[in-house]
Design a binder for this molecule. Structure first.
Ligand code: ZN
Ligand code: ZN
Ligand code: ZN
Length: 363
């Protein structure tokens, strides 16, 4: 998989110029792989890409990590630093005369504070307002990676429908899901939530030693990374036949999720997608049990812009990818969530998850 890093850096520089930003620093986090295809190890030794207006971007990297860098001399220069050098000093010199710098949001505070001390006349800000404008709109290669990641989780979801849940602990099923995420083509399994019975009412429940049994609703929410891009899907399972009440509430959720997906198209405000799902759940009397936003952007990061949430009047645009994942959580009893990743297309929406989203009755 190759991406056009040159074009991304050029676009970054144009945005920097428009906003009067002299330099962008990318370290830990997804801005760095987005810009040059390299991911910093989140360690105490500094890795940092310095992008300025007038020279080839420089990647400072600890000497011992330099062999990991795929060199792209037409895109950036590599500057390995040895154990006895001062990397903050090197960055400071590259920033001489620059008035305004933006720094990747996840850059370690130790580095940012040291730079601020070294460059008292320079203004520092966060990079995300600038980089998200680029990263939100996926190019065709990124969409392809997200599609393949989505379809890999779809195959896991299909396999889950055939599996036995009862008698297994949540943790055991969670490990099996993680294995299947890899088997179906991801390089990494990032998370696999299995929340059974009353645990399902906690949206980010950590799979534990609870043994699943007949009568349990089970939320399975999982994802991984494929060629750097994230997947994230949730499907609902029920051990044995559910009650009529459960079926009725689940029908409300299915309707809300489908309506929210259908509401997605260019020009629609993010919050209107949230409102679409919320209105249906509220009308059925479960509004207070839908305790989180409808969705989050996804790409190199599992959670990124745009956020599908009340108060975000940002207009959706072609190439944006995010989750649609309304849920209903009844404390002490059960929870339910349906989650698909979608991509805004030129005139509507494409689902990147296509597995069966009906409630699966399992043994
Ligand atoms: Zn979540
Ligand atoms: Zn999820
Ligand atoms: Zn999600």
């Amino acid at each position: 998989m190759t991406f056009d890093y040159r074009a991304r850096l050029d676009a970054t520089r144009r945005l920097m110029e428009t906003h009067g930003i002299g330099a962008l620093l990318a370290s830990v986090g997804a801005d760095l792989p987005y810009l040059i295809g390299y991911e910093a190890m989140p360690l105490e030794r500094l890795t940092m890409l310095v992008v300025t207006g007038n020279r080839v971007p420089v990647l400072l990297v600890p000497k011992l990590e330099a062999p990991r860098v795929v060199e792209r001399p037409e895109v950036f220069e590599v500057r390995p630093w040895s154990e006895t050098e001062d990397p903050i000093g090197i960055v400071s010199r590259l920033l001489e005369g620059v008035g305004s710098v933006v720094v990747g949001d996840q850059t370690w505070a130790t580095f940012v504070l040291a730079l601020e001390e070294r460059l008292p006349a320079t203004r520092f800000g966060v990079a995300s307002p600038l980089t998200r404008a680029l990263r939100m709109r996926k190019d065709p290669e990124e969409l392809d990676a997200l599609r393949r990641a989505g379809h890999a989780t779809d195959r896991v979801a299909a396999r889950l429908r055939e599996m036995r849940f009862s008698g297994r602990t949540e943790a055991e099923l969670s490990r099996l899901v993680a294995d299947m995420i890899i088997e179906e083509g991801h390089q990494a399994a990032t998370f696999s939530i299995v929340a059974s019975g009353p645990n399902g009412a906690s949206p980010h429940h950590e799979a534990g030693e609870r043994i699943m049994q007949t009568g349990d609703a089970v939320v399975v929410d999982f994802g991984g990374k494929l060629d750097g891009y994230c997947s994230d899907t949730t499907r609902m399972f029920h051990v044995g036949e559910p009650t009529t009440e459960y079926r009725e509430i689940f029908a409300v959720l299915e309707e809300a999720q489908a309506a929210a997906v259908d509401a997605v198209r260019p020009g629609v405000a993010a919050q209107d997608v949230d409102r679409t799902a919320r209105a249906i759940i509220a009308a059925a009397g479960y509004g207070e049990y839908f305790i989180h936003r409808t969705g989050h952007g996804i790409g190199l990061d599992a959670h990124e812009h745009p956020y599908i949430v009340e108060g975000n009047d940002f207009e959706l645009d072609a190439g944006m990818t995010f989750s649609i994942e309304p849920g209903i959580y009844l404390p002490g009893r059960f929870g339910m969530r349906i989650e698909d990743i979608v991509a805004v297309s030129d005139h509507g929406v494409e689902r990147l998850n296509c597995s069966d989203r009906h409630l699966a009755v399992v043994g």
